[in-house]
Design a binder for this molecule. Structure first.
Ligand code: FAD
Length: 428
């Protein structure tokens, strides 16, 4: 039977980053990542829109995102490891009311160092040819759908997207380079609980014994470890519920529809927002709908952060719903961006967010000898490096960790017992 210092369950972006930072700081320890898929990043990491931003209302999310984005920029630019990164920005389109509601928090973000640029409706109309940002009183359709005119655009500058498989590849290679091991096609069926002091009596552990997680039972045998890190994203409850540990997250489906067509051309030629002269990742004022141009594919990836009516539900293989695109998203999208009129998605896919329903910040906590890393709430790619450093801090029982940008971060802030975070208002 193999024995490791640490077994990390899950080779998604959070498992990879946690394992990498633990191994980097403990080079002599035996660290193993296992995943049920045949390669890294095939879970919800592969389903993501792969966008990054430092525009967050919660100070914690900002710290996690800002340093992670700095690290990705460093890898891409200084280390010359191509991450397929495009700094195209995030453009929040606000109605008058939305803007009033968010004005204070935007100003607070700026004081914290978030680089924002403001645009009036007239500027945006010039910069995005063909966009409809003001609805006429006589537009019955807009009235029926409660669509509001855009009052202002707010551009987050240190934002964009990358190619997630390149990021996954970077961490996997780095982890292996420092001596980490990975086993794929290995399904963890359950976590092993054993008494700290064994008597070797059938029925152990009894309630009066101190017990802890000592390894994992897999389809390829048992693997023992001093510490098990559970980084299984939306699958977390499947491992923790049976042993009575609360993950504090719920899964919710999110879908992406890739739309392509000649009428989208102006969106790939929107000058003034970024050096690439392309429309940024754009968030509409209505219904949590967003999209971003994909430079490589020449398509726009459209999604929606729907809340009420969208079940918290685990599905092994969530499927995209074509009707949802046409009846829900498309109806709003084509009103603000008639460029999408008549276009059908060329491809689509769905995945699950692992949502922390209380404050939408991640969780990294130790319980019963294991470390749980989860709850990225739809922004795990863009915070992964910092979350991995916090996981290493928990493993090494440190009070503070240092992020890539030099920021000191209190490890217990992402825990359960001494959690200290602000509720996030900018969940997409
Ligand atoms: C549609 C969509 C769009 C998104 N867009 C963005 C975005 O633009 N930017 C952003 O930052 N984030 C985005 N996200 C969120 C992001 O994808 C997640 O936060 C991130 O991928 C979570 O990483 P993870 O490692 O926790 O989970 P995962 O990538 O799901 O990894 C978990 C791993 O655990 C493995 N596993 C699970 N159970 C077991 C088991 N029993 N045995 C062995 N292995 C197991 C799985 O195989 C999987 O590889 C998006 C998500 C979705 C669904």
């Amino acid at each position: 039977m193999s024995k490791y210092n640490v077994v990390v369950v899950g080779a998604g972006i959070l498992g990879l980053c946690s394992a990498y930072h633990i191994k980097r700081q403990n080079p002599d320890e035996k660290i193993l990542i296992i995943d049920k898929f045949g390669s890294a990043g095939q879970g919800n990491t592969a389903k993501s829109e792969a966008c990054f931003r430092n525009v967050f209302s919660s100070k914690t999310n900002f710290a996690l995102a800002n340093s992670t984005v700095d690290f990705y920029l460093h890898v891409h630019r200084e280390l010359k490891h191509d991450l397929g990164l495009h700094l195209i920005g995030y453009l929040f389109l606000f109605s008058e009311d939305d803007y009033k509601r968010n004005k204070d928090v935007l100003e607070e973000m700026q004081r914290r160092g978030v680089e924002l640029e403001y645009f009036e409706r007239g500027d945006l109309e010039r910069m995005i040819p063909g966009a409809v940002l003001e609805f006429d009183e006589k537009d019955e359709e807009a009235k029926m759908m409660n669509l509001e005119s855009v009052e202002k655009g707010v551009l987050g500058k240190k934002c964009g997207y990358l190619e997630v498989e390149k990021l996954v590849n970077f961490y996997e290679e780095e982890f292996k380079r420092v001596g980490g091991e990975i086993r794929y096609n290995t399904v963890v069926q359950s976590l092993i609980i054993e008494p700290v002091k064994k008597f070797g009596v059938p029925g152990e552990p009894f309630v009066w014994q101190d017990s802890r997680i000592t390894g994992v039972k897999t389809n390829r045998g048992e693997i023992r470890a001093d510490t098990v890190v559970v980084a299984t994203g939306a699958w977390t409850n499947a491992l923790l519920d049976p042993i009575g540990v609360d993950s504090h997250i719920k899964p919710k489906k999110r879908q992406i529809f890739a739309v392509k067509g000649p009428s989208l051309e102006p969106l790939f030629n929107a000058k003034g927002f970024n050096d690439e002269n392309i429309l940024p990742f754009t968030i509409l004022p209505k219904a949590g709908i967003y999209f971003r141009p994909d430079i490589g594919e020449g398509s726009c990836w459209v999604g929606c952060g729907d809340e009420l009516g969208r079940a918290f539900k685990f599905e092994e293989e969530p499927q995209p719903e074509e009707n949802y695109y046409f009846q829900d998203i498309y109806q709003v999208l084509r009103k603000y961006f008639p460029h999408f009129e008549g276009l059908k998605p060329q491809s689509s896919w769905a995945g699950l967010y692992a949502i922390n329903t209380i404050d939408a910040n991640p969780y990294v906590f130790r319980e019963a000898g294991m470390i749980v890393v989860t709850g990225a709430s739809g922004s795990g790619i863009l915070k992964a490096d910092a979350i991995g450093r916090v996981a290493a801090g928990v493993y090494m029982e440190e009070k503070y960790v240092e992020f890539f940008d030099g920021e000191k971060f209190r490890v217990s802030d992402l825990g359960v017992e001494n959690r200290h975070v602000e509720k996030e208002r900018f969940v997409l």
